[in-house]
Ligand binder design. Structure first.
Ligand SMILES: *Cc1c(COP(=O)(O)O)cnc(C)c1O
Length: 373
């Protein structure tokens, strides 16, 4: 059986006519960077997320870096984030000579544990970066309340959760990424809303931050060849915007397909006491960027079996950031983060995408059961 961790080929085949026509349109317009398609997509994404401003950029890592650059931070300022995430989140903090402070995760959601946040706040803390891992939002009500109390910025890393909804304590429902002061996302091809190359975006409801972010993305310049501040070159291509605009219209149905596949996995895994299936928290939706189980004792045995039988899987993430060589600095990592460390030893992500069939899932779980026996 031919299996993929992410099946971008079948997904493309299903939207080929629209995508090819949109690309051809950009080619004949020659608006390769910026232009009409980019502003149309940005407007449509702002409407979808119900936020005032969307600023497209080159990729998700740039989005995080630009967000921090827009906050007027000083070297040595502390940024609190999770160690259980893709490296970008901490990388941009370190690149800007800020100090990453890692707070351990909730064992059932893999997200930053908001109950441990306040203990990590010092007089140097300026910002919290919650990462909505695997498609499920962090507890944003609690995080926003703590941020407000301590006068901190919140930058959401929404690279894995675009399209998920979160219900705030006042019952108001918001889209993830549009809750904090700035939201960041990635349109890396395998993300829930993926381009056919690198792309990313920032979102905000704050006009002052919007103007700053726009300036930074364009070399700190609003009038050509005049530079008010130091910026970067991070822009969205017209071709990527045209593709993203087509896929944005399908995002809810794509996320629904992922949720349905998760339900099928849950059913197939029912009663298997050697693994733990993903937990869905009460006050939000989970858009299953990954379907990540925990395998209590035999994770490496299962991984070896899957490799041998050509069944794709992922281990996100094998080493938490506070134990990565690049961040092995006593100043940065004074503490042990046992829950993240245990997660790294137990997580196992199964194939998850919009074109997954029940036959494929049954085959995968049959093999998982064999590997565990
Ligand atoms: C993918 C991802 C990023 C980085 O996005 P790029 O577009 O690859 O730069 C950042 N944070 C998280 C949590 C991600 O999953």
């Amino acid at each position: 059986m031919k299996l993929h961790m992410v099946d971008l080929k079948s997904q493309y085949t299903n939207i080929k006519a629209d995508v090819d026509a949109a690309i051809a349109e950009v080619l004949s317009s020659t608006q390769f960077i910026g232009g009409k398609k980019v502003s149309e997509f940005s407007d449509n994404l702002a409407t979808y997320l119900d936020c005032k401003y969307v600023i497209p950029c080159g990729n998700g890592t740039d989005a995080l870096q630009i967000a921090l650059m827009a906050l007027d931070l000083e070297p040595g300022d502390e940024i609190i984030t999770t160690p259980f995430t893709f490296v970008s989140t901490a990388e941009v903090i370190a690149l800007l000579k800020l100090k990453p402070v890692f707070v351990d995760i909730n064992p059932s959601t893999f997200n930053l544990d908001e109950t441990k946040l306040e203990a990590a706040i010092t007089s140097q803390t300026r910002c919290i970066i919650p990462v909505h891992l695997f498609g499920q939002p962090c507890h944003m009500s609690a995080i926003m309340a703590i941020a407000e109390k301590h006068n901190l910025f919140v930058v959401e890393d929404n690279a894995q959760a675009i399209g998920s909804k979160y219900q705030l304590n006042n019952d108001e429902k918001k889209m993830s990424g549009a809750i904090g002061h700035i939201g960041c996302t990635s349109f890396f091809p395998s993300k829930n809303l993926g381009a056919y190359g690198d792309a990313g975006a920032l979102m905000t409801n704050n006009e002052r931050l919007y103007n700053k972010i726009k300036l930074i993305c364009n070399h700190g310049s609003s009038v050509r060849y005049y530079h008010e501040s130091i910026g970067v070159n991070s822009r969205l291509d017209g071709i990527q915007a045209a593709i993203l605009d087509i896929k944005l219209k399908k995002l809810d149905s794509y996320n629904k397909a992922r949720q349905e596949a998760a339900v099928v996995y849950n059913k197939l895994l029912e009663g298997n006491n050697q693994i733990i299936t993903p937990k869905i928290q009460a006050n939000s939706t989970h858009v299953f960027h990954q379907y990540t189980i925990r395998i209590k004792a035999k994770r490496d045995q299962v991984a070896a079996y899957f490799k041998e039988h050509n069944i794709p899987f992922g281990i996100y993430y094998p080493v938490p950031l506070h134990l990565q060589e690049a961040y092995l600095d006593d100043e940065v990592t004074p503490q042990k983060l046992p829950i993240s460390e245990q997660a790294s030893a137990e997580v196992f992500s199964l194939p998850m995408h919009t074109e997954l069939t029940i036959e494929q899932q049954t085959y995968i779980i049959d093999h998982l059961n064999k590997a565990l026996s």
